[in-house]
Design a binder for this molecule. Structure first.
Ligand code: ZN
Length: 182
């Protein structure tokens, strides 16, 4: 993450603060988007800018305290324009295989743990205009899709860990909170 050139935000675009665990909005099921208007387009742009500034490759609206089914993903972090994705009301249609890789989350800074995910997923979502589309992903994209869609259902990656590992992570966070380092 540190070898990335710092993102220069677009002027005039609002930057949202990313909320951290245990902010209650992160544990809520997000509301479906029903209105596809200029305001939604503006919010999506703000999400991309906020995500890039936080050096993330994925952001879900609940992470900026907006409980709506919107996620922005860019697994190549601005390298390949075709990687820039907006998924509104996304649903996983199919998944296959297994992959276990280290995962992190902007809402859980400095916490990285190995998480098992499907190695391939097929997702249906809407774009900012409300049009439906399908996308398939493997490797990092499959992981990002599952991670972000989980956010929209109030699930964090630490919820995917074994009970023992999860408890250890939660204890570590508690300590950091107590010392004002979270
Ligand atoms: Zn996350």
């Amino acid at each position: 993450m540190s070898d990335r050139t710092p993102h220069v935000p677009k002027p005039g675009v609002k930057i949202h603060e990313v909320v951290k665990y245990p902010e209650p909005v992160l544990a809520k099921v997000a509301e479906p988007v029903t209105v596809f208007d200029a305001e939604l387009e503006k919010l999506v742009e703000e999400m991309f800018e906020s995500m890039y500034l936080a050096e993330g490759i994925g952001l879900a609206a609940p992470q900026i305290a907006i409980s709506k089914q919107i996620t922005t993903i860019d697994v190549s972090y601005k390298e390949r324009p075709e990687d820039k994705l907006v998924l509104i009301n996304p649903v996983i249609l199919e998944m296959e295989g297994k992959q276990t890789e280290e995962e992190g989350c902007l809402s859980l800074p400095d916490i990285r743990e190995k998480v098992q995910r499907a190695s391939w997923v097929k997702v249906r979502a809407q774009n900012v205009k409300g049009e439906y589309f399908e996308i398939e992903g493997t490797e990092l994209l499959a992981r990002a899709l599952q991670h972000e869609i989980d956010h929209l259902h109030g699930i964090l990656f630490i919820d995917k860990l074994s009970r023992l590992k999860r408890d250890l992570v939660l204890r570590r966070i508690k300590k950091l909170i107590k010392h004002g380092e979270w």
